[in-house]
Design a protein around this ligand. Structure first.
Ligand code: ADP
Ligand code: MG
Length: 322
C-alpha cells in the first residue's frame, strides 16, 4: 500500500531540507555552528489515545508532544520524521490525521522529511530535530538552590479532562468542555523555550505531572552526592477557574500536582532574572507563574494555604523525601 499512500499523504515540498520524502534518506543541512536537538516520542492506540478520538486531533497531539520536547530544550524546530503503523489503508482517516499534523507543523516551521509506513496496530512514532546555539540548550541539570521555579500556562486541565472521560471525576458537561481542549489540543511552548535561552537555568516539559517532572530536574541538577530540593506553594499553582472550582476533590488536586499531559514548561531561573523571565514570556505571548524555589535542603515540599506541608499522595519520587 505504501507508495501511493506516501505520495498522497506525506509528500510535501520541503524548502528547509536538501532532500525530503522519496529517497532512501532525507538530506539535511543544519545551520553552520548550531547544535542539533533530537527527540522521539511514540503514541499507541489504547495508551495515548483511543480509537474514537478525532484523527486530526491525533495528528496534532502526536506532533505537539514531540515539539514540546524541543520547546523544553529551547530548540528551534526544523525537521521531523514520522513512522506510522496503520491497521488498514484509510484515506479519510489519513487526510484528517495529516491535516492536524501539518497545521501544527506549519505553525512552527517544522518540515516532514521522511518516515516509514507499515500495516499494524495504530502506532505513531515521530522524531523531531531542532537547532540551538552551542551552550544555550535548556537542560535539566542546571538548577541551583535559590533559583525560582516557574511554569507556563495552567496546570491540571488535561489530567482533569482524562479523569472526567474515564469516569474518575464527575464534572458538569459545561465544565468538562473547558478542560477537554487541553487533553486533545495541547500547545507546545516552542516560542517560550527559545525566548528563555540564556535566562532559564533548567527546563523540562510537563508530560508526566508537575511533581514527577520537577523531580527529574532535581535529580539531574544535584551535584555529586549533594541532593537539592524544591518548595512549592500550592496556592501559587496556576489553574483555570473551572479547575479551581473542583480543587476540594482529591482527584482534582492530584491532577494539578501529579497529572500528566499538560505540556507546559517547568523551568528554573535565578531570582535576579525575574524581569527577564517576564519579558521572555511576554515576547512569547504565554503566561508564566512563579510557583516556588529550589532549596539546598533535599525533598520536594508543597506548602498548602495554611503554611503546612501537604502530604504528597502519589509517590514514586520519595527518594527526595527529606
Ligand atoms: P525504504 O524502503 O527505503 O525505507 P519506504 O518505501 O519506506 O522506503 O519510503 C519511501 C520514502 O517515503 C522514504 O523517503 C521515506 O522516508 C518516506 N516515507 C515513508 N513513510 C513515510 C511517512 N509516514 N511520513 C513521511 N515520509 C515517509
Ligand atoms: Mg521504509
Amino acid at each position: 500500500m505504501e507508495f501511493d499512500l506516501i505520495a498522497r499523504h506525506f509528500t510535501r515540498t520541503t524548502p528547509g531540507a536538501v532532500l525530503g520524502v522519496g529517497d532512501d534518506c532525507a538530506l539535511l543541512a543544519p545551520t553552520p555552528g548550531m547544535q542539533l536537538a533530537v527527540s522521539s516520542d511514540m503514541l499507541l492506540e489504547g495508551r495515548h489515545f483511543s480509537p474514537q478520538d478525532s484523527p486530526a486531533g491525533i495528528g496534532h497531539k502526536s506532533l505537539a508532544v514531540n515539539l514540546s520536547d524541543l520547546a523544553a530544550m529551547g530548540a528551534t524546530p526544523r525537521w521531523a520524521t514520522l513512522a506510522i503503523a496503520l491497521p488498514e489503508e484509510n484515506d479519510a482517516w489519513l487526510t484528517a490525521f495529516t491535516r492536524g499534523f501539518f497545521r501544527l507543523a506549519d505553525l512552527h516551521g517544522i518540515e516532514l522529511v521522511g518516515g516509514d509506513t507499515t500495516r499494524g496496530a495504530l502506532t505513531i512514532s515521530i522524531t523531531v530535530m531542532g537547532e540551538v546555539p552551542p551552550g544555550q540548550a535548556l537542560r535539566r541539570d542546571g538548577a541551583q538552590p535559590g533559583d525560582d521555579i516557574w511554569v507556563s500556562g495552567v496546570l491540571g486541565s488535561a489530567a482533569m479532562a482524562l479523569a472526567f472521560r474515564q469516569g474518575r471525576l464527575f464534572m458538569e458537561q459545561i465544565d468538562a468542555a473547558r478542560v477537554l481542549p487541553a487533553l486533545y489540543l495541547p500547545t507546545p511552548r516552542v516560542e517560550l523555550g527559545i525566548a528563555l535561552r540564556g535566562i532559564a537555568t533548567s527546563a523540562i516539559d510537563i508530560s508526566d505531572g508537575l511533581l514527577g517532572d520537577l523531580g527529574h530536574i532535581l535529580e539531574r541538577s544535584q551535584t555529586g552526592a549533594r541532593p537539592i530540593g524544591a518548595r512549592l506553594e500550592l496556592a501559587a499553582l496556576p489553574v483555570l477557574p473551572v479547575v479551581q472550582a473542583y480543587l476540594h476533590e482529591a482527584v482534582a488536586r492530584d491532577c494539578v500536582l501529579a497529572g500528566g499531559d499538560d505540556y507546559e514548561l517547568c523551568f528554573t531561573a535565578p531570582a535576579d532574572r525575574r524581569d527577564a523571565v517576564e519579558a521572555a514570556a511576554r515576547s512569547a505571548d504565554v503566561a508564566v507563574t512563579r510557583i516556588g524555589c529550589i532549596t539546598a535542603a533535599p525533598g520536594l515540599v508543597v506548602i498548602d494555604g495554611d503554611g503546612q506541608p501537604l502530604p504528597i499522595e502519589r509517590t514514586g519520587y520519595d527518594h527526595f523525601a527529606a
